[in-house]
Design a binder for this molecule. Structure first.
Ligand code: ZN
Length: 347
């Protein structure tokens, strides 16, 4: 029995805050499915939308149901959908892509320039029901619980960034111990890195990093010099691979300084504005830099589910769980800077 309306967490007015409203249950097209949402994750993007900062007010139309990190169950299939079934547990890729661009036609869907995001440009997942193209659905195996299903989107950012370069036997530096940085550290460990060092100036985040990935070396660069860490670890020159997850100019400078000649850096952190970079240092160190966006469709999803099934454990990065009606407490936990991932339960 399909209800006509549903609870949804919406940006209803162009100002700070989000509101729980009654919204129509979406009608699906022939290539889409309707998903009953069970669990969602709150992302930094949702905090920007809550705060209605410069980026959000210029990007997000109003009204908009927010949210893009979810796990749920398929309850309706469009008439042309094949290969999926009612009752299938799933997560999904929240980037909706076109099929005409050169990149899409080459199978590089995550590089399609016309990408639109659910919860940003299209109605999102913080609701009892979500409409999604069948193409974007990721079926969840039975051994992946809803909590983890709800954070596959940010885990995918971590996996995409961490697997940008071969990590087997390498020494890896990660700057920024937010949930994605911490999950990237878990992935680097899992992928066979020798030393994994993570930096942050927030001691709570470093403590959480050590709790999620016990074999990690955590460093507060305000108290400890990375050059001393390099010496302690017995590294001859520095780190082979850097994963920049903070968006901090200071962190990037410290990373470049701590890399080996010919080192490789993947950038996921977004600096707040234009920031000066010492390019000559990067040239003379022959450093490769790669910008990372989203998740590869669907190679990143394949790899991350495979790794979760062969022992990758990021479950402790989830520090708070609330009922959806208690969303304000979830957002407060996120804004406190003392949380890992915060998930909301919709069932
Ligand atoms: Zn997200």
């Amino acid at each position: 029995m399909r209800p006509n309306t549903m609870k949804a967490l919406e940006k209803s007015e162009p100002r700070e805050g989000l509101w729980m409203v009654q919204a129509p249950v979406p009608e699906i097209g022939p290539d889409e499915v309707l998903i009953r949402i069970r669990t969602t994750g709150i992302c930094g993007t949702d905090i920007h939308i809550w705060n209605w900062d410069d980026w959000a007010s210029h990007t997000v139309p109003c009204p908009m149901i927010t949210g893009h990190e979810f796990a749920g169950e398929i309850v309706e299939l469009g008439k042309d959908v094949a290969g999926l079934a009612i009752g299938q547990r799933c997560s999904g890729e929240g980037h909706l892509i076109g099929t005409d661009s050169r990149q899409s036609r080459a199978g590089k869907f995550h590089l399609d320039p016309g990408t639109r995001g659910i919860g940003v440009n299209e109605q999102g997942a913080f609701a009892q029901y979500l409409k999604l193209p069948a193409f974007n659905v990721i079926p969840l195996p039975d051994d992946i619980p809803d909590d983890i299903g709800a954070i596959l989107d940010p885990l995918g950012n971590a996996v995409h960034t961490a697997l940008s370069f071969d990590l087997l036997g390498e020494d890896v530096l990660i700057t920024g111990a937010g949930p994605i940085g911490i999950m990237a550290a878990a992935v680097a460990r899992h992928a066979g890195a020798r030393n994994v060092v993570i930096t942050d100036i927030n001691p709570d985040r470093l403590a959480l990093a050590g709790h999620v990935v016990p074999s990690l070396r955590t460093v507060n660069p305000a108290q400890e010099d990375l050059q001393d860490v390099i010496r302690d670890l017995g590294l001859k020159q520095g780190f082979d691979v850097g994963l920049e997850m903070s968006g901090s100019q200071i962190a990037l400078d410290q990373m470049v300084e701590a890399m080996v000649m010919g080192g490789r850096i993947a950038l996921l952190g977004i600096p707040p504005g234009k920031s000066p970079v010492d390019w000559s240092r990067i040239v003379f160190k022959a450093i490769t830099i790669k910008g990372v966006y989203g998740r590869e469709m669907f190679e990143t999803w394949y790899k991350m589910i495979a790794m979760l099934q062969n022992g990758l454990d990021v479950s402790r990065v989830i520090t708070h769980r609330f009922d959806a009606d208690d969303f304000a407490r979830g957002f407060a936990a996120m804004k406190s800077g003392q949380s890992g991932k915060v998930v909301l339960n919709w069932s």
